[in-house]
Write a protein that binds this ligand. Structure first.
Ligand SMILES: C[S@@+](CC[C@H](N)C(=O)[O-])C[C@H]1O[C@@H](n2cnc3c(N)ncnc32)[C@H](O)[C@@H]1O
Length: 214
């Protein structure tokens, strides 16, 4: 359970009352654990996956972008929610995204997805298209950079989802003063004080911020 700021009982209750993942997502989660070991904890949770699919169905993006693809769980959930639009994925790892590509094929969504390998900030700078929906889930130190680059290209009314913004609840605990916790706090402050957007932090998994460009 990633929502470690909730009691274990509440966390388990939430997981037990979301529509469960299907067999393909379960297979991807199992392979990710087997192949990547402790890195598997980077994967979004099944309820977040369901939520990303629903959000995509609601926004109906012509272009969605994902910053941080790993082995493909979140991209698969976004791609499944598309109705005619495309998803552009950015990640530095050929190895991890090779697993993602296999699962996009299995799910029949690979024709909707373009993957760019390399630093996501460079790829976003080079992107010359309007974005409707973005999911940011890569290296936390660059969240402010990804946010600004996506905001420059996001249509008004478009949506940005950002993962790990409660950082195990450490953001609200003054005894945590490590660089990552301070960085996430600064990012949360940046979003909260940005007059261009309306935002909420959802206490889902490790904290998921929803940001709408006004
Ligand atoms: C938390 S994982 C993403 C998890 C994924 N969203 C999922 O649900 O499975 C973070 C990913 O960011 C990628 N990453 C780290 N630094 C990056 C960078 N500078 N540019 C692009 N991707 C980066 C890592 O390779 C890793 O796959």
């Amino acid at each position: 359970m990633k929502a470690s700021y909730l009691s274990p009982a509440v966390g388990q209750y939430i997981m037990a009352h979301a529509t469960p993942a299907d067999d393909l997502l379960d297979e991807l989660a199992a392979e990710t654990r087997e192949v990547t070991g402790a890195h598997a904890g980077m994967q979004i949770t099944p309820d977040q996956g369901r939520f990303l699919t629903m959000i995509t169905q609601l926004v109906r993006p012509a272009l969605a972008v994902e910053v941080g693809t790993f082995t493909g769980y979140s991209s698969l959930c976004i791609a499944r929610g598309l109705s005619g639009g495309r998803l552009r994925c950015f990640d530095v790892s050929e190895e991890w995204t090779s697993i993602a590509k296999r699962y996009w094929e299995k799910a029949g969504v690979s024709s909707r997805i373009t993957l760019t390998i390399g630093p996501a900030a460079d790829a976003l700078r080079a992107l010359d298209e309007e974005i409707d929906l973005a999911f940011i889930d890569a290296d936390k130190a660059q969240y402010p950079t990804y946010y600004e680059l996506v905001m420059d290209r996001l249509r008004h009314g478009g949506l940005i989802m950002v993962d790990n913004t409660l950082w195990s609840g450490y953001v609200a605990d003054p005894s945590y003063e490590d660089a990552t916790t301070r960085g996430i706090r600064e990012f949360n402050d940046l979003v909260k004080n940005d007059p261009r957007v309306t935002s909420v932090i959802l206490p889902m998994a490790d904290g998921l911020t929803m940001i709408r460009k006004n």
